[in-house]
Write a protein of this length. Structure first.
Length: 153
């Protein structure tokens, strides 16, 4: 047997012996468990209070002046939570793109809400007496020199 074939067979044997240790890791379990909440980074979070799960990636939030509702800005739009019922009341999407990392505000009367998207728009919404939110207008926020994104890229 030639030395090349012996080397090839030895290499194949090493690969076969080593391959069980090169397995793909098990998928991470995400969500509530008896110990707390597992997050996608495989970290265990033990909340000090009650939690509410909803689809989305929250980035900013503001409470209604009465404390009845919490308006959460996520990567897609606004999520309205009913604080008393601890439930998602409404979800509104930003048209034409996702949300920026910061930028949500409410007026002192609790009748208007503003939130920025990830492009060039400040969205204004009205808040009804029952907490329902509806978009009312879009305000263009131009970038440096009057054009482009209003944030650094």
């Amino acid at each position: 047997m030639s030395s090349f074939i012996r080397l090839l067979l030895k290499s194949a044997l090493v690969i076969l012996i080593a391959s069980p240790g090169c397995r793909t890791p098990e998928p991470a379990l995400v969500g509530e468990s008896t110990q707390g909440h597992w997050v996608p980074t495989r970290q265990l979070v033990r909340p000090a209070g009650k939690t509410l799960d909803f689809a989305g990636r929250p980035v900013d939030m503001v409470a209604h002046p009465t404390g009845e509702w919490i308006f959460i800005k996520d990567h897609r739009g606004i999520v309205v939570l009913d604080r008393e019922m601890k439930a998602v009341r409404q979800q509104l999407s930003f048209s034409g793109g996702g949300g920026s990392m910061h930028g949500i505000a409410i007026n002192t009367e609790g009748t208007r809400l503003w939130a920025t998207d990830a492009q060039t728009t400040l969205h204004e919404a009205s808040i009804s007496a029952d907490g329902t939110v509806s978009w009312t207008r879009k305000i263009s926020v131009a970038g440096p020199g009057g054009s482009g994104a209003s944030h650094s890229t």
